[in-house]
Design a binder for this molecule. Structure first.
Ligand SMILES: NC(=O)C1=CN([C@@H]2O[C@H](COP(=O)(O)OP(=O)(O)OC[C@H]3O[C@@H](n4cnc5c(N)ncnc54)[C@H](OP(=O)(O)O)[C@@H]3O)[C@@H](O)[C@H]2O)C=CC1
Ligand SMILES: C[C@H]1O[C@H](OP(=O)(O)OP(=O)(O)OC[C@H]2O[C@@H](n3cnc4c(=O)[nH]c(N)nc43)[C@H](O)[C@@H]2O)[C@@H](O)[C@@H](O)C1=O
Length: 312
């Protein structure tokens, strides 16, 4: 296996949380022949444009990190967009990549593909063994279709398409939107604004009892490049940090990192989502990869990035 350092690699979604980190990781590893297109330059939901792009650029490798992404509120509020846009992007890119002669494609899914009450830590084989979590089932169905499409193209066409399933991610270039983002960037912003405005309390969604596994995006990006270089098989691969925290613990950590002195209150009218979704990443560990950035450290670094990049 392995990937030549001068290979042409298309990083789809290079301005997002994951795509930007993948570009950093590839460059750090000596890959500089990267193809990148903004959403404005190439709308991946447009099949003809995607086919033309692949026929013209002829990348040898593809990392598919472009998707419609959001937290629990966005997933529940825009179900049609989450299923349609994600199915369109991944179908167009996987199909055009195969047809234009791409050597290998890596599709990124999400740990929300697993059943709501799957036994934790969740192994890859738990896929399609039970009902999905309602708040993100539309997005999950699209991601499951992406895995299956990679498998089908491998089976029928011998196309080297692989799938990685990341856990909840965070880091620089995250989406800090107050409603549509994931919990970690949302809390960084809310605690920071409360500190700056001298507020006495910060409202956190749900009960605080769900657990989430967080992985720093630089770890995820390294794991992505590692899989591209070292893995070519039918089954998808979990990509996690191996440790989980409750949302209550996370909120306390963010409060401390930001330096907010007031109270926390819980808005239990907001959904909790999946109770636990720690994934079993031993398959990836057995190949020789492990996460290295502890949550506290990654959180402090992400808060610093937020302060330097957002004028609030
Ligand atoms: N963030 C997380 O916690 C997790 C993410 N993942 C997966 O990782 C991948 C990347 O997610 P993440 O980086 O967080 O998401 P982001 O929203 O940060 O980035 C997604 C990127 O995709 C681009 N994009 C979206 N729609 C289109 C389109 N129609 N045409 C071209 N580009 C488009 C966006 O551009 P623009 O902003 O201009 O639209 C953006 O650059 C996704 O597949 C996601 O499912 C998996 C697990 C957890
Ligand atoms: C990665 C994964 O991420 C999504 O699933 P999720 O893990 O449930 O997403 P989340 O980060 O938005 O919430 C995690 C927990 O945190 C609580 N919570 C508290 N306060 C805030 C808050 O202020 N914002 C948000 N968003 N959540 C909050 C919230 O109530 C929930 O209990 C999928 O939709 C899908 O995108 C996906 O694949």
């Amino acid at each position: 296996m392995g990937v030549d350092k001068d290979a042409k690699i298309f990083v789809a979604g290079h301005r997002g949380l994951v795509g930007a980190a993948v570009v950093r990781a590839l460059k750090k590893d000596g890959y500089n022949n990267l193809v990148m297109k903004t959403h404005k330059e190439l709308d991946l939901t447009r099949q003809a444009a995607v086919e033309e792009f692949f026929d013209t650029e002829k990348p040898a490798y593809v990392i598919l990190a472009a998707a419609k992404v959001g937290g629990i509120h966005a997933n529940s509020t825009y179900p049609a967009e989450f299923i349609a846009v994600n199915l369109q992007i991944q179908t167009n890119v996987i199909d055009a990549a195969y047809k234009s002669g791409v050597k290998k494609l890596l599709f990124l899914g999400s740990s929300c593909i697993y059943p709501k009450f799957a036994q934790v830590p969740i192994v890859e084989e738990s896929l399609l063994t039970g009902p999905l979590e309602a708040t993100n089932e539309w997005y999950a169905v699209a991601k499951i279709a992406g895995i299956k499409m990679c498998q089908a193209y491998r089976l029928q066409y011998n196309f080297d398409a692989i799938s990685g399933m990341p856990t909840n991610l965070y880091g620089p270039h995250d989406n800090f939107h107050p409603e549509n983002s994931h919990v970690l960037p949302a809390l960084i912003r809310r605690f920071h604004e409360a500190k700056v405005n001298g507020a006495k309390e910060v409202v956190v969604w749900g009960s605080g009892s769900p657990f989430r596994e967080f992985l720093h995006v630089d770890d995820l990006a390294e794991a992505t490049v590692f899989l591209l270089q070292n893995y070519s098989a039918h089954e998808h691969v979990n990509m996690g940090s191996g440790s989980e925290v409750s949302i209550k613990e996370l909120a306390e950590m963010v409060k401390e990192v930001v330096g907010f002195q007031g109270q926390l209150t819980w808005d239990t009218s907001k959904p909790d989502g999946t109770p636990r979704k720690l994934i079993d990443s031993s398959k990836l560990a057995n190949m020789g990869w492990q996460a290295r950035i502890p949550l506290k450290e990654g959180l402090a670094e992400t808060y610093k990035w937020y302060c330097e990049n957002y004028n609030v």
